[in-house]
Design a protein around this ligand. Structure first.
Ligand SMILES: CCCCCCCC/C=C\CCCCCCCC(=O)SCCNC(=O)CCNC(=O)[C@H](O)C(C)(C)COP(=O)(O)OP(=O)(O)OC[C@H]1O[C@@H](n2cnc3c(N)ncnc32)[C@H](O)[C@@H]1OP(=O)(O)O
Ligand SMILES: CCCCCCCCCCCCCCCC(=O)OC[C@@H](O)COP(=O)(O)O
Length: 251
């Protein structure tokens, strides 16, 4: 098979798997929990955790104990590909919902399963409405004791580096006065590259970093908090991906 055909087949298979399994999982969620609730994430996680075996992907996870903070927290991680849903579900703590773009809601059964799992949809094209939704989330995550997972790059990026962070996630953490827990996935570039049509089996290193406290911080500290997270995550990304040189060059 030519690499292009092989890539197309594997990606199509991934999408088909997501669509079919989402439909099955939606039935399970409705039967068990009856509607939209973060409790459904446990069911979704159990299904998605089997996907890695179809693609020969292995996860090596470090730092899971850093999720064991009492109460709500904001989790931020790097976003490389639609394949990230496997890595997300590999480590997802209980009572945790994700922030996603609203377009995802219209992906058939995949949109339905996200809705049932409690995913918070934002309109990226309207900063003011996205900010409003996220301020609301800052309140509910405290009263309902949930964790929130945000991809602060705001879009997929499979270059082996990080895009500059959007601020919304860090405003959210400061408004809710909850700790920020960074999670870093090693670069996919050795086994997955949509530009060169590469998609083979591979190993992904995942590291959950220690929580960064935000108690007492105000909106004036958001940029600083975001910059701190960015530099620790970028360093970790290069270390996990085995490019220690790049970490030095980039200062
Ligand atoms: C069973 C099988 C199933 C198979 C299938 C699997 C299903 C699995 C189920 C479930 C998994 C679900 C997985 C979902 C995955 C989704 C992934 C995505 O969709 S990633 C895209 C969306 N995510 C984001 O975009 C990040 C969040 N974005 C932000 O936070 C942005 O900041 C945003 C949208 C709020 C604004 O973006 P701006 O482009 O306008 O950029 P800015 O620079 O950040 O903001 C502009 C100004 O507004 C201020 N600002 C932002 N937020 C603020 C706030 N809350 N309060 C006050 N000021 C704020 C900022 O400080 C900035 O101002 P100054 O430049 O600093 O002066
Ligand atoms: C109506 C039928 C539509 C068919 C859809 C095919 C199903 C595809 C399944 C893939 C499911 C994986 C979930 C993907 C979540 C994700 O990773 O979204 C990417 C966006 O966050 C980032 O936005 P951007 O990079 O800016 O497009």
């Amino acid at each position: 098979l030519s690499p292009t055909v092989n890539f197309a087949l594997r990606i199509s298979f991934y999408c088909a798997l997501c669509l079919v399994v989402s439909a099955l999982a939606a039935v399970a969620c409705l039967l068990v929990n009856g509607g939209r609730t973060v409790k459904n994430m446990r069911i979704i996680k159990a299904f998605v955790k089997t996907f890695k075996y179809f693609f020969g992907l292995r996860f090596e996870v470090k730092g899971l104990e850093n999720f064991k903070v009492e109460g709500p927290a904001l989790i931020v991680s790097n976003h490389q590909s639609i394949l990230d849903m496997m890595g997300l579900m590999e480590v997802l703590p209980d009572n945790c919902v994700q922030v996603g773009k609203k377009e995802l809601m219209y992906m058939g059964s995949v949109g339905l399963i996200m809705y049932l799992g409690g995913v918070i949809f934002i309109n990226r094209k309207s900063t003011s409405s996205a900010k409003m939704v996220m301020s609301e989330v800052a309140k509910t995550m405290v009263t309902e004791n949930t964790k929130v997972w945000v991809y602060p790059e705001g879009t997929r990026n499979c270059t082996g580096d990080l895009l500059p962070f959007k601020k919304g996630a860090f405003h959210l953490a400061v408004q809710a006065q909850v700790p920020v827990i960074p999670v870093v996935y090693s670069s996919f570039t050795t086994f997955y590259n949509p530009k060169t049509k590469l998609f083979t089996s591979g190993k992904i290193k995942v590291e959950i970093l220690p929580p960064i406290e935000t108690k007492g911080l105000t909106s004036d500290d958001v940029t600083d908090l975001s910059d701190r997270c960015f530099s620790t995550m970028r360093e970790t990304l290069f270390r996990l991906s085995g490019h220690p040189g790049e970490a030095k060059d980039s200062s």
